[in-house]
Design a protein around this ligand. Structure first.
Ligand SMILES: [Zn+2]
Length: 91
């Protein structure tokens, strides 16, 4: 189903929800660009991104275990408790 491209910056909640896919390169180029842009301007999301990346990399390197599909997403949710952010909280 076609989606219209909106020229709207994505918010922190969206970025964090997509971070794992972003790391795994499993995003549309358009969404990737938006996240790139957001990370350049949001130190908090950058910190979250670095944290997730480090954890995933460490786990991935240790004993070369093959992680089941979806593992990183579950890990991410457990670590960072992704939840919707209200408009008030974004201020
Ligand atoms: Zn952010």
């Amino acid at each position: 189903m076609p989606r219209k491209t909106k020229i709207v910056e994505i918010d922190c909640y969206q970025v964090r929800r997509e971070l794992v896919d972003y790391m795994e390169g499993d995003l549309t180029p358009e969404l990737r660009i938006r996240i790139d842009h957001h990370l350049q301007n949001c130190s908090h999301c950058t910190a979250v991104y670095d944290g997730v990346r480090n954890v995933v990399r460490l786990l991935g390197n240790e004993n070369a275990i093959e992680l089941p599909q979806g593992f990183s997403q579950r890990l991410y949710r457990r670590l960072f408790r992704v939840r919707p952010v209200t408009a008030k909280e974004q201020l």
